[in-house]
Ligand binder design. Structure first.
Ligand SMILES: Cc1ncc(C[n+]2csc(CCOP(=O)(O)OP(=O)(O)O)c2C)c(N)n1
Ligand SMILES: [Mg+2]
Length: 983
């Protein structure tokens, strides 16, 4: 083939993707004129016609493409395989004619050509429907969607006029038929792809998945069919969904409930997922959802008693009176229950969430992952996550994309989420063309090649069918699926809102539009399934039931808060925050963990530097001294593992550690296999999982928080690459981690490791914004700490699991201290007799410093500080030979160690009190700690009853980017802290 013709074909192929019929003509003409020059062109051509991307990419040669595309002429196939000498190809027409003649039919050249063209064009049209049929499908109950006919779906674009509609066309079993007329073909593809059920799947490159979906919906006998009972069940659910909202509308007119009116088909769809999921191995479903329809889901899917909901409307609480907690509005609350379908029991839970749309998604996924891990379910079919979304939020909130990003990753996958978009075609007051750039709100799901079922919410059977196929797909392929329920919102955004201000055209239509239930009833009456009038009895019976529940709601009292059930039953929410917990380990355990840390498998090809690190570690264990930060961490992890507590650490590059300090997986330098020493401590130990996470903070932190909500008996940690980046996950800190227990009575023992410290790396690699976390402290909601020794880090980690309650731990972690010669601990600091210290004494007091301090009564100044700056102060004080300044470290900021400080500062009643920090004055601990220290000083009646500040001046940015400026500032603040005026 000449270069010239290759180019031609290349261009022609790209035309073909636009289904350019002219190209077909050209190719045919070229073939007829000179078969030898176009044999490869045919190959290209068939490739273009192949069903699905996979075939396009397949390396198989011509015949398979030809067959898959349903091409007609055996002769052409043979030509491509070389079974036929190419010269004979031009006789193909003659052969066809001869074959026809044998059957007594005379066929002209034109007829041969037309038959070939018909086949090719028909297949092109069928493929176009598979790809784009959904664009013109009957999805919008309001009929407002742009329905401009699409040229690729128009038979005329392929040369078929009305006169060509009825002759038979060979389509080689595509659509399940050997032959079909264009009229029949159109009928089938329109019913399959353009009805009230429209599957978008041609973006899926996995051939098995695409073929499964196609098989499931395409061809004869694949129409949506429900049994009588199935249809009645749908009707019943619609009666409940509509009746519940109507009841609330009457009883609590104008009270916010974010009604589902217009999207009622959601309820039978969820039922179907639970039912089908249960039949396919699920025993648990975890749901996350926004405000819209939440009360209906609680009542009609999770079976929360109607009376409990009515009681909340009447001002009642969701929790017993004797339980503390600030509570939350009723449309944010979680719930759980067991449902049974066909003998399969499925436990359902709805995760509590804040207003922040979509923020709950990663939390739900983390919970599911924990539950799957507890069931040792590698396939992840036993627990299904369902996430519900509004159309505007799904398109707009970035965390949605982040969660799709997590969906296929080893450390974060959950076997596929079933997403349901309640696509009411509006977000508050904003119409879709203002709120997204893509045709559908679901287009974000294309990124993971999830199948997307677009369905018309006024055809509940289509919706339930989609739910069924979606669930089957998820259980089979363990992958995300999306159901996009096109519907509408009958009233305003909430019940006090007037939609006519902003959307009069839509709302004028809605006013005239019958409800989903009314339309479905008409359909069932028409089909003779229910007698006319019966629906009124059904509705009345349901309203009567609600009335009884309403009365019962007046007296309803929640008798039990459920936060300490199951895996939490050994815990106590009111535990004393001063508990130390048994955090020391035995010398034997220390040795045992140590052995695993320094030994890889025989002959394991380690990186040279890692080998040296292991040698250094060996030294630590041999001498019982010099334990560094990373080793202390590994000791904490390892000892917990031996006690049966799994450890799960996720963060960017966490296996190695951002600062090359952790190396908790040994990497085989030949094949990159990973060996995790912490998983080889002893038989029967718990598992260590370290995850190099996706480059996200928001979703990954949310996921780990979710994990910790479902698993109190594991150490779950999230690590920021640098503490600064944690602010990308601010919603998680504000809305969930700091306040979740108070709002929703849900404890979490999550640990957040945030590298922090001013080492001259510039504005973005210095500060973890300690001040933000301190500002959120209240009601013992979490622990905020900044440890300065490896051993204290070890103890605070272990303490997470060795107290009778769980609290999130926000930990500033070091960078330069990872390798600081003074930042080391000794064996005694880990074993019996040791524990966590909220405040730490001056090293001179331990004899760890060259300075011999004067007696307490002669100490002139106490410099209090936290974290890395302590070592700067220590080194400088010792260098200057100062002996009347005492350095006191605050290791835990919150809960504030008031009792410990009273005890320590009482020793220095006459001394000046200084708070020294590296952070600018408007940042760091200063504004938090100043009043706290003042309280302590007043309490002990100290001479100086307010602390003095020594640190950087207030600043817009956390740190300077100029190394010289950093040095000067750092030297100045140390000097300020260590200089006593008038001395
Ligand atoms: C992150 C966030 N931004 C803004 C809001 C305020 N808000 C609440 S509902 C809503 C509209 C949501 O529209 P959509 O997602 O389509 O759900 P619908 O209410 O239509 O069911 C907005 C903007 C919010 N709750 N969360
Ligand atoms: Mg909406």
């Amino acid at each position: 083939m000449t270069e010239h013709s290759k180019n031609d074909i290349f261009h022609a192929s790209s035309f073909l993707q636009g289904h350019n019929a002219e190209y077909v003509e050209q190719l045919y003409a070229r073939y007829a004129a000179d078969p030898a020059s176009v044999d490869e062109a045919w190959v290209e051509f068939f490739r273009q016609l192949g069903d699905g991307e996979a075939e396009v990419r397949a390396e198989a040669k011509g015949p398979s493409w030809a067959r898959q595309s349903g091409f007609v002429a055996d002769e052409l196939t043979a030509a491509l395989t070389g079974e036929w000498p190419v010269e004979e190809v031009k006789d193909a027409g003659k052969k066809i004619k001869a074959k026809a003649r044998e059957k007594g039919v005379e066929v002209t050249d034109d007829q041969v050509k037309r038959a070939v063209l018909d086949s090719i064009r028909a297949l092109m049209l069928i493929r176009a429907y598979r790809i784009r049929g959904h664009l013109v499908a009957d999805l919008d109950p309001l009929g407002m969607r742009d329905q401009t006919p699409h040229p690729e779906l128009d038979p005329a674009s392929y040369g078929f006029s009305e006169a060509d509609m009825d002759r038979p066309i060979f389509i080689d079993n595509v659509l399940g038929l050997q032959m079909a007329s264009m009229r029949q073909i159109l009928d089938i593809v329109k019913r399959t792809y353009c009805g009230t059920f429209a599957l978008q799947y041609m973006h899926i490159s996995d051939p098995e998945q695409a073929a499964w979906l196609k098989e499931r919906i395409e061809g004869f006998g694949k129409e949506i069919q429900f049994t009588r009972e199935g249809r009645r069940a749908i009707l019943n659910k619609l009666v409940e969904a509509e009746g519940f909202e109507k009841f609330l509308h009457v009883k609590y007119m104008g009270t916010k409930r974010f009604g589902l009116d217009g999207g009622e088909a959601l309820i039978p769809a969820m039922e179907q997922i639970i039912k089908r999921g249960g039949a396919l191995g699920a025993t648990e479903v975890v749901v996350g959802m926004p405000h819209r329809g939440r009360l209906s889901v609680l009542a009609n899917v999770l079976s929360k008693p109607y009376r409990a909901i009515f009681n909340e409307f009447q001002g009642g609480s969701f929790k017993p009176d004797d339980v503390d907690g600030s509570g939350d509005v009723k449309y944010h609350l979680g719930a759980s229950s067991d449902r049974e379908f066909d003998g399969n029991i499925v436990h359902l839970s709805l995760t509590a969430n804040p207003s922040h749309l979509e923020a709950v998604n990663p939390v739900v996924l983390g919970k599911c992952r924990a539950k799957q891990d507890q069931k040792h379910d590698q396939q992840r079919i036993s627990v299904i996550p369902i996430l519900l979304h509004g159309d505007a939020a799904f398109a707009g909130q970035g965390v949605v994309a982040e969660c799709f990003g997590l969906s296929g990753l080893k450390g974060h996958r959950t076997g596929g989420t079933i997403h349901i978009v309640v696509n009411n075609q509006i977000g508050f007051t904003t119409a879709p063309h203002f709120s997204r750039s893509s045709p559908y709100p679901t287009d974000i799901a294309l990124m993971v090649e999830a199948p997307i079922f677009h369905v018309n919410g006024d055809d509940p059977e289509a919706v339930v069918h989609a739910a069924k196929v979606a669930t089957e797909f998820r259980q089979k392929f363990h992958k995300d699926v999306v159901i996009d329920i096109f519907c509408y919102r009958r009233f305003g955004h909430n019940e006090g809102d007037e939609p006519m201000f902003t959307n009069p055209i839509m709302y004028n239509r809605i006013k005239k539009h019958k409800t989903t239930l009314a339309l479905y009833t008409e359909r069932l009456v028409k089909d003779g399934l229910i007698p006319e009038g019966e629906i009124e009895d059904m509705k009345a019976a349901f309203q009567a039931h609600l009335n009884d529940e309403f009365e019962a709601g007046k007296e309803f009292k929640p008798n039990k808060a459920d936060w300490l059930d199951g895996r939490w039953s050994h815990l106590d929410r009111e535990g004393d925050q001063y508990q130390r917990g048994q955090t020391a380990i035995s010398a034997e355990t220390l040795e045992e963990v140590g052995r695993s840390l320094v030994t890889g498998p025989e002959g394991f090809p380690l990186h040279k530097t890692v080998g040296r690190l292991l040698e250094a570690k060996k030294q630590m264990f041999e001498t019982g001294d010099g334990f560094d930060w990373a080793t202390a961490e590994a000791l904490a992890f390892g000892s917990l593992l031996t006690e049966g507590y799994p450890v799960r650490l996720a963060g960017q590059d966490s296996t190695r550690g951002t600062f090359s300090q952790r190396h908790s997986g040994f990497i085989n330098q030949q094949d990159e296999e990973r060996y995790y020493p912490l998983n080889h401590i002893r038989e029967g130990q718990a598992q260590y999982e370290v995850i190099d996470s996706m480059l996200s903070e928001y979703a990954v932190l949310g996921f780990e928080y979710g994990y910790s909500l479902a698993e109190p008996n594991a150490l779950t940690l999230w690590e920021a690459q640098f503490g600064d980046f944690a602010n990308g996950a601010q919603i998680m800190f504000d809305q969930f981690i700091s306040s979740g227990e108070s709002k929703w009575l849900r404890m979490s023992g999550l640990v957040m490791l945030l590298p922090h410290g001013f080492e001259g790396q510039g504005p973005e690699h210095s500060s973890a914004r300690l001040e933000r976390f301190l500002q959120l402290c209240g009601q013992d909601n979490w622990i905020v700490a900044n440890c300065s020794t490896p051993a204290n880090y070890f103890h605070i980690l272990r303490r997470q699991l060795h107290r009778s309650f769980r609290k999130p731990l926000v930990l500033m972690t070091p960078k330069s201290l990872l390798r600081h010669k003074l930042c080391i601990s000794r064996k005694e600091d880990f074993i019996e007799g040791s524990s966590f210290h909220r405040v730490l004494w001056d090293d001179a007091q331990y004899g760890n410093s060259e300075t011999k301090l004067k007696p307490d009564s002669e100490i002139k100044r106490v410099v209090m500080c936290s974290g890395k700056v302590y070592y700067d102060l220590l080194e400088e004080r010792d260098a200057r030979g100062i002996d009347d300044i005492y350095l006191l470290r605050v290791e835990q900021f919150y809960p504030f160690p008031a009792i410990s400080l009273v005890k320590e500062l009482e020793r220095f009643k006459e001394a000046e009190m200084v708070w020294c920090q590296e952070e600018p004055k408007n940042q760091g601990a200063w504004t938090f700690i100043e009043p706290n220290i003042e309280w302590v000083l007043t309490r002990i009646k100290a001479r100086h009853n307010r602390p003095v500040y020594a640190g950087r001046a207030a600043s817009a940015s956390p740190a300077t980017g100029l190394a010289s400026q950093h040095k000067a500032q750092q030297a100045a603040l140390i000097d300020e802290a260590l200089t006593i005026e008038g001395k």
